[in-house]
Ligand binder design. Structure first.
Ligand code: TYD
Ligand code: MG
Length: 450
């Protein structure tokens, strides 16, 4: 008999303890410790023996290599976020909320690849997967479905078939029968991922792991895998909007500044190669309270529409609420508007919305947020063909942002003549659309009202 140890493990941060506590002393979360039984690592049995091989030290310059070979998928957005395609033997974690489209993305990618791809699902039956697949555009494909959830049986089959690409949907449904904790618990997830990784690295199998993540990013089963895998992709967007953003959070084989944009349609996910055009309301329908920001999402310049509604608060404390933009940042910008422009917002309800269900954290959006607020406050629409890109400081000063040239190009391409930005004192070229402070710009935009 192998020795069985017990410990209590936090399901949120993965910290281990010898005794149970109501609150994890490592991350501070309540009620997250569960009892987990784990066998000695040395006695993990079959699965471990299956993948154990010897390795020897080797001179770095004797290692063959150079340009890494990549599997190119038919999906340009996915190739881009992966840094130019799938690297054989690499481990990719695809995280996102349930229902966002992870299974759809991977299944449609698998069907378009001219090589055997194993789609291992513990979430849906083969019939359900087939029904989903039938919605997607049909392609010649060599997808093998496998609805196995026990790790050792899965490893055995993979060892035999050695497919070049394996998709595990999801890592939370996989379990090793030799470990006593429930599927989806921290120790199962960590162990299953480690065993799969070993096989993948030894046999050069590329592996996609799907992981469900809740809205708060908590219940971080898959989060504990982030340091183990080569690439972490995050699929985000509002479930009721058609747009989905695929972000690279970590990539050993490329930049983390990449972004893929998709639209969910009745026949699967479609890459969007002209996102700005999709995201903007036509100019003649834009009302007061709207400003266009020339933002940069990852490496991609993108025009996004900021809408703000300022209205007199009916009851006591005024409401402040932002969708797609950081609430605290909104509060800060409102305080700057009050203090530096002297306008009274403290009795107003203020709602902000980034259209299309996008989320942005580009500081260059600050100025559009301020302008949209003022536009709603004075009930005056902004001139069309004008967009904004500058960070706003606490003193009400406009601060230059990165890659203004790229933002300018994108705005020109979409028919915007003016990009309002911060005056850059280093490279001052006397541009008429560059301003030093919010009040200088407000004077120009709202002159007679303010
Ligand atoms: P799914 O890929 O199952 O999400 P996840 O694996 O991240 O949980 O996506 C499910 C949603 O996508 C579901 O609400 C239905 C919708 N959908 C479409 O709109 N069009 C399609 O072609 C498919 C396959 C799904
Ligand atoms: Mg799914």
């Amino acid at each position: 008999m192998s020795k069985i140890k017990t410990h209590y493990q936090c399901q949120s941060c993965g910290a281990k303890f010898n005794r149970w506590m109501g609150r994890c002393s490592s991350c501070g979360d309540w009620n997250t410790l569960t009892e987990e039984k784990i066998q000695d690592a040395g006695k993990l049995g079959e699965a471990a023996k299956l993948t154990l091989t010897q390795s020897a030290p080797i001179q770095l310059n004797e290692v063959s290599g150079g340009e890494e070979y990549r599997i190119l998928t038919a999906d340009e957005e996915l190739n881009r976020v992966l840094g130019g395609g799938i690297v054989p033997g690499s481990l990719v974690l695809l995280g996102g909320e349930p229902g966002i489209g992870k299974s759809t993305l991977l299944l449609q990618t698998a069907r378009q690849l001219p090589m055997p791809v194993w789609y291992v699902s513990g979430e849906e039956s083969a019939r359900q997967i087939k029904m989903r697949a039938d919605r997607l555009p049909s392609q010649d494909n060599q997808v093998v479905l496998f609805t196995e959830t026990e790790l050792n049986r899965l490893l055995r089959q993979l060892k035999e078939a050695l497919p070049p690409l394996v998709i595990i949907d999801s890592i939370q449904t996989l379990y090793d029968a030799e470990i006593e904790s429930a599927p989806g618990s921290v120790s199962q997830i960590r162990h299953c991922a480690a065993m799969l990784m070993r096989l993948a690295k030894e046999e050069g199998i590329a592996l996609f792991l799907v992981g469900h993540i809740t809205k708060e990013g908590a219940l971080a089963g898959p989060k504990i895998l982030e340091h183990m895998v080569d690439t972490v992709l995050q699929f985000e967007g509002e479930r009721h909007h058609a747009y989905r953003l695929l972000r690279t959070l970590k990539n050993r084989f490329g930049s983390t500044a990449e972004l893929g944009i998709y639209q969910m349609q009745t026949d699967g996910l479609h890459g969007v190669n002209n996102p700005s055009a999709f995201l903007l309301t036509p100019a003649h329908r834009r009302q007061s309270g709207t400003a266009i920001a020339a933002s940069l999402e990852g490496n991609r310049p993108m025009l996004i529409e900021i809408q703000v509604l300022v209205s007199r608060a009916a009851y006591g404390t005024p409401q402040r609420s932002a969708t797609g933009f950081d609430n605290r940042r909104l509060n800060m910008l409102l305080a700057v508007l009050e203090k530096r422009l002297g306008i009274q917002l403290s009795t107003m309800d203020i709602f902000l919305n980034v259209t299309g269900g996008l989320k942005t954290d580009d500081p260059a959006v600050d100025l559009a947020v301020c302008v949209a607020t003022l536009s709603s406050f004075y009930d005056k629409a902004m001139p069309d063909k004008t967009c904004f890109a500058a960070e706003v400081g606490l003193g009400g000063e406009l601060r230059p942002v990165s890659r203004v040239d790229m933002r300018e190009q994108e705005s020109k391409r979409l028919g915007f003549n003016y990009l309002i930005k911060a005056r850059d004192f280093v490279e001052d070229n006397g541009s008429k659309s560059a301003f030093e402070t919010l009040s200088e710009l407000t004077e120009r935009l709202f002159g007679s009202n303010s």
